[in-house]
Design a binder for this molecule. Structure first.
Ligand SMILES: O=C(O)CCC(=O)C(=O)O
Ligand SMILES: [Fe+2]
Length: 316
């Protein structure tokens, strides 16, 4: 139910709807047998913590390899950002959602490349918003490189190969707001999806759980670890790794008690460049499984609208 990229925005933002009524509009009711037991019976997953300060050690790279190939996600700690700074990021996100509607509607933030930052569209009435968000994404940009290098090493490849295939990163920040919901058994916060990214870096709500990940046809709750950043591999990591990394399919469930906020930063390759499986990962045992793709995000949203997955089109 969170507002997603522009194409998906409902006519009236969900935050406003939740404020004006306790009835859930029909279009939010999930049609395909939403399970009643979404919360209690879904097990908690292992946190899959990766310590970035130890990322060049064999032990950490092995954990990363396991996380990428079996789950497609992990959580990073010791990333260099303090807990109080992460709280400040959450705080500006909360302030943002308290703004009048016109200010919020303008927002969909490309943060990299820098020349595509349309700072004039950023909320003006929040004194610390720009500064905090810019500091946060500057840190994430550095972290993206560290992670792409670590992913290469975890797959026993030369450390720059993912980074080179990726090229200059596009990074898009999206603030998600999930109101408390009177019918959590029947309404998703976000329906099951894989992201159309290389990786997505998510700052979760500090207290309210809601994110779940699919593994071998079973859902697992992602634990809230306030000082960690949750990283999920998207379709482009699956494509670049020729299927060795699995996109983490995930969903967000709602609850009737509390609202939830998260900040997702989507990391994508340059949309004008072709991105495909790394040559190092194509061989007689593992033939090329995906086509090269260009401007994948567009393909992604065309399919998302139809409830389909773009990665299926990219498969050979
Ligand atoms: O809010 C979350 O926990 C997940 C958000 C998400 O999956 C997305 O924005 O694509
Ligand atoms: Fe997502």
């Amino acid at each position: 139910m969170a507002a997603s990229f522009e194409a998906e925005l409902p006519s009236k933002p969900v935050q406003e709807i939740a404020q004006s009524t306790k009835e859930v509009p029909e279009r939010f009711i999930h049609k395909n047998g939403y399970p009643q037991d979404i919360h209690d019976s879904v097990p908690l997953m292992d946190p899959l913590l990766i310590d970035l300060s130890l990322i060049s050690t064999e032990a950490e790279l092995q954990k990363l390899q396991f996380a990428l190939t079996s789950w497609g996600c992990f959580q990073v700690i010791n990333h260099g950002m303090t807990s109080s700074f992460l709280d400040e990021v959450r705080h500006v996100a909360e302030q943002f959602f308290a703004l009048p509607l016109e200010e919020k509607q303008k927002l969909y933030l490309t943060v990299y490349p820098e020349d595509l930052r349309k700072l004039n569209f950023w909320p003006e009435n929040l004194p610390r918003f720009r500064e905090v968000v810019l500091e946060y994404v500057t840190n994430l940009k550095i972290m993206l490189e560290v992670i792409l290098k670590a992913i290469a090493r975890a797959l026993t490849l030369e450390e720059n190969c993912f980074l080179n295939e990726h090229g200059e990163a596009t990074m898009i920040a999206r603030f998600n707001f999930y109101p408390s919901c009177p019918a959590p058994q029947r309404v998703f916060g976000l329906k099951p999806h894989g992201d159309g990214t290389t990786i997505t870096m998510l700052l979760q709500d500090k207290e309210v759980e809601g994110l779940q990940v699919l593994k071998d046809d079973n859902w697992f709750r992602v634990p809230v670890i306030p000082h960690a950043i949750f990283i999920n591999a998207g379709d482009l990591a699956e494509i670049m790794s020729n299927g060795i990394i699995r996109t983490a399919v995930h969903r967000v469930v709602t609850n009737s008690e509390r609202e939830r906020i998260s900040l997702a930063v989507f990391c994508l390759p340059n949309p004008d460049a072709e991105t495909g499986p790394l040559n190092e990962l194509i061989n007689a045992d593992r033939p090329q499984m995906y086509k090269k793709v260009k401007n994948y995000i567009e393909l992604f949203f065309q399919h998302y609208q139809l409830g389909q997955r773009a990665i299926d089109v990219a498969k050979l």
